[in-house]
Design a protein around this ligand. Structure first.
Ligand code: DC
Length: 227
């Protein structure tokens, strides 16, 4: 039987988190943010004083790391060594470090094993970069969300400003481009749509429009929204 998984992949700022969480709520499924796991690994690395560019140092800092997702809170709570780091992982510095530590195959295999365990119970909507290609290649619904780079940068800038952080559009655009390049060009599980994914450009679409399109696909596979 195929797993009850909806895989939502795509680059930074494409709207994956907002959309994935809403789809999960409508279906009554769990929501898992796989990027949060890479971010927690990156935070551990940075806090240990290891360079995210040095695979040996990263792996030694992660050897004793305990990374847990608290699904009772729709996947929004991520615990690192028992500490809630849900907010701490959201900085731009951690995002870049996450893009670097996620290049390391041993880091990926450890986190992928955790991600697969989430599908053992109820249905799950999981967002990331390689969910449809590597983590759940047999997922019945695969979406690759994207948007024009300017639009993605604008969305991220709005998020930064909502949090009261200073940033310029040009800075955010540069950072997004850098991460896209790292994520798309890495040797292991690069960011790319699965051959059977629906590619959805969200530029100019509202969140409810995107959510409805995904729910239509889910319904075609026999997964009904309960509201
Ligand atoms: O989705 P995000 O921006 O929180 O992810 C942070 C980084 O983690 C991203 O730049 C690449 C990496 N990542 C990954 O390699 N594979 C995933 N499934 C999710 C995230």
């Amino acid at each position: 039987m195929p797993p009850r998984v909806i895989a939502i992949d795509g680059p930074a700022g494409a709207g994956k988190s907002t959309v994935a969480l809403r789809v999960a709520r409508r279906l009554g499924w769990a929501y898992v943010d796989s990027g949060a796991m890479y971010r927690a690994a990156a935070l551990k690395t940075v806090e240990s004083g290891a360079s995210p560019d040095d695979p040996a140092a990263v792996l030694s800092s992660l050897a004793s790391a305990d990374i847990q997702l608290d699904l009772r809170n729709h996947g929004w709570s991520i615990l690192l060594d028992g500490r809630d780091v849900s907010e701490a992982i959201r900085s731009r510095a951690v995002a870049l470090a996450a893009s670097k530590v996620s290049q390391i195959p041993e880091v990926r295999s450890r986190l992928i094993a955790m991600q697969r365990r989430f599908a053992e119970g109820a249905g799950v909507v999981m967002e990331g970069r390689d969910i449809g290609t590597v983590v759940f290649p047999e997922a019945p619904v695969k979406i690759f969300l994207t948007a024009q780079p300017k639009e993605r940068a604008k969305r991220r800038l709005d998020e930064e400003q909502e949090k009261g952080r200073k940033a310029t559009l040009a800075e955010i655009e540069r950072e997004i481009q850098r991460r896209d390049k790292l994520d798309a060009e890495r040797a292991t599980s690069p960011l790319r749509p699965a051959p059977d994914a629906m590619v959805l450009d969200t530029t100019g679409l509202t969140v409810p429009q995107v959510v409805e399109r995904i729910l239509v696909m889910a319904r075609e596979k026999g997964f009904a929204a309960n509201r």
